[in-house]
Ligand binder design. Structure first.
Ligand code: M6R
Length: 610
């Protein structure tokens, strides 16, 4: 969603702001803007709708050597995507960029009746509020603090003033913000960003703001305060991501790169955690004693979108490894408002790639409030959820830039299996099953690479054929069912083809009525005890004139319009192989349809508002 960049140093600020905003493009946005200032009180405010390239044109037409500035990518919440609603917003001498939502903006606006508003945004209300406290004898820090003490909602903000042109003020409540600390003492600078990717290439040292903190940033110094103006000690942490990881590295789209690199990223996920020789798995960082692990009786898995489907698939596996534990998987946006009770000895797995998803974060807080231990299954290091959980682990999939989540799914499922293995070990149960999962997890990276490589041309050709359809049904049973749900999500979000995932056993209960020439039906069929049931469902669809494609590891004779047959030594983890194939299928379908593959319309990578 929205992104923030700020710069103060000796370099041309507009260059750093624009390149930083480009790094944040993946988060999703519909307008952008920057403002730079200089000691002569001469601000340059440039804003534009559409892609950053439009902003870049304005920057080229209005060059300025200014060395301090703030920038923003906006994903519209209050007010349409229009230039007047784009950030930065000006009020008197101050400029403000803001991520998050000011919930009491209407009430605050009514108290600012003398102010002439020019936008529909909640952000301009905050700018006007800060300005209302910014008397000639008041500091910017004091004005910002007074305003923030009146605000309800969430914010990550960066504020500039032409009266105090040697500082940027940032503050955070709910929306992430970090300060990249310049690495060159002879050439001091500090950079602000809402996401570490905007800092890569500049510095690897960062101060992550906590909720309720404010920082006054000059070229040489970062002063950290709370909202009662008490000084705090900043903690400088290392950013682990590498610049190369957020570049396309020769691929046409980030999505293709992220699909194809899954064997490598999965290796990082399992590295040092799975021992196929000993047949064991162990996750660190859980912050649970052996006694607590042994005591676990119920696991609730929470997530949204792909993270939720990863949880659904993992639940099938967890039930196999921990046969004395009950498991439930819940959608965060629903669960947060339910009057839920969790049984004693529950733990919650909070699954999120970004670690910032608002609904997932709200669930985490609700669950914690009930005294239940929360464990994060998170990709982005230092993210809000990662900071708020009681324990947990990073999935180490590396930066995921494309809005469609792919490699994170694979790593999340693997991590949850390793969690189950860790708990089972503590309970001293099911060593054979743990050993089988350990063996399969260690084989999985190579199996993914082989599957993708072998079937890429075939999948591309299939996409050419099926991209002319308007609708798709994805069907699977057992572990292929959550994979079907995930496949349908992937297809709809990037190709805009309507797609639904269904349990194949549910066809007769409704979806059969849909089978017609505008639909194709994609069956995910896994060899095993339920295969004949899946094959019957396929035949029933064919008998009704359906257009079918099958992804399978079965060697049985299968009658279908198209058939993609993989060969694998895996058994339990075959669904993950079918999933990477359908990721590739969705990718090529999207390419055929000509949409914006990495930044599909109306979507954001990190859904930080409800
Ligand atoms: O960052 P998170 O894993 O919490 O994100 C959850 C969903 O927003 C995300 O998986 C979304 O559904 C993706 N666009 C799916 O590809």
């Amino acid at each position: 969603m929205c992104g923030i960049v700020g710069y103060i140093g000796n370099k041309k600020a507009s260059d750093i702001l624009v390149s930083g905003l480009k790094r944040l493009e993946y988060r999703g946005y519909d307008s952008s803007g920057i403002v730079t200032i200089n000691p002569e009180n001469n601000p340059t405010l440039l804003r534009s709708t559409g892609k950053i390239i439009e902003l870049e044109k304005l920057v080229d037409q209005n060059p300025t050597p200014d060395q301090i500035g703030i920038g923003h990518t906006r994903w519209a919440t209050h007010g349409a995507p229009a230039e007047r609603n784009a950030h930065p917003h000006r009020a008197g001498d101050i400029f403000l960029v803001h991520n998050g939502i000011i919930e009491n903006y209407k009430e605050l606006k009514s108290q600012l009746s003398d102010y002439e508003f020019t936008s529909d945004t909640d952000t301009e209300v905050l700018a006007a509020l800060i300005n209302s406290f910014y008397d000639p004898d008041t500091t910017l820090q004091s004005a910002v603090t007074q305003a923030l003490n009146l605000v309800h909602g969430t914010y990550g903000i960066a504020v500039l003033s032409i009266r105090e042109p040697d500082q940027i003020i940032v503050a955070r409540l709910g929306s992430p913000l970090l300060i990249g600390v310049g690495k060159d003492k002879d050439n001091p600078e500090n950079i602000v960003a809402s996401d570490a990717s905007a800092l890569l290439g500049h510095t690897k040292n960062a101060i992550y703001l906590n909720n309720g903190e404010l920082a006054i940033i000059t070229k040489t110094e970062v002063k950290l305060l709370d909202l009662a103006a008490q000084e705090l000690t900043p903690k400088v942490e290392k950013i682990t991501a590498e610049l190369a990881e957020i570049q396309k590295q020769g691929y046409e789209h980030f999505l293709l790169k992220e699909i194809m690199e899954q064997s490598t990223t999965l290796r990082s996920t399992i590295s040092g955690r799975v021992d196929p020789e000993k047949g064991t798995m162990k996750l660190g960082g859980l912050n649970l004693s052996d006694q607590e692990l042994r005591g676990i009786k119920h696991i609730v898995i929470v997530g949204c979108g792909t993270a939720y489907y990863a949880g659904m698939l993992a639940a099938y596996y967890i039930e196999q490894v921990l046969d004395d534990v009950t498991t439930e998987v819940v959608i965060a946006s629903e669960y947060r408002y339910r009057a839920f009770n969790l049984p004693e000895a529950s733990v919650a797995l909070i699954v999120s790639q970004s670690g910032e998803t608002a609904d997932t974060l709200a669930c985490l807080r609700e669950i914690k409030a009930r005294g239940v231990k929360t464990l994060g299954i998170i990709n982005v290091v230092g993210s809000t959820i990662a900071r708020e959980v009681d324990g947990g682990t990073y999935v180490h999939a590396g930066p995921e830039i494309s809005v469609a989540s792919t490699k994170a799914f694979t790593s999340q499922v693997a991590t949850m299996i390793m969690f189950a293995g860790t708990v089972a070990k503590a309970k001293d149960i099911n060593p054979q099953i743990i050993a089988k999962f350990a063996r399969e997890l260690s084989l999985l990276p190579d199996e993914i690479a082989k599957t993708l490589q072998t079937h890429q041309p075939e999948i591309q050709a299939l996409a050419r054929h099926y991209s002319k359809y308007d609708h798709a049904l994805y069907l699977g049973r057992d572990t292929a069912y959550p994979v079907a749900l995930e496949g349908a999500l992937k297809l709809k979000e990037i190709s805009y083809i309507h797609a639904e995932g269904y349990a194949a056993g549910e066809l007769k209960h409704g979806p059969f009525a849909l089978v017609d020439d505008r639909f194709f039906e994609l069956f995910l069929i896994i060899d095993g005890w339920l295969i004949d049931k899946s094959l019957s469902a396929l035949q029933e669809v064919k008998a009704r004139g359906g257009h079918t494609v099958v992804f399978t590891n079965s060697t049985k004779e299968i009658e279908s319009d198209h058939l993609v047959r993989i060969t694998t030594q895996l058994d339990l983890l075959t669904p993950i192989l079918l999933n990477v194939l359908q990721q590739l299928f969705a990718y090529y379908m999207a390419v055929e349809k000509g949409g914006d593959v990495d930044q599909p319309r109306n979507l954001a990578k990190s859904v930080t508002v409800e």
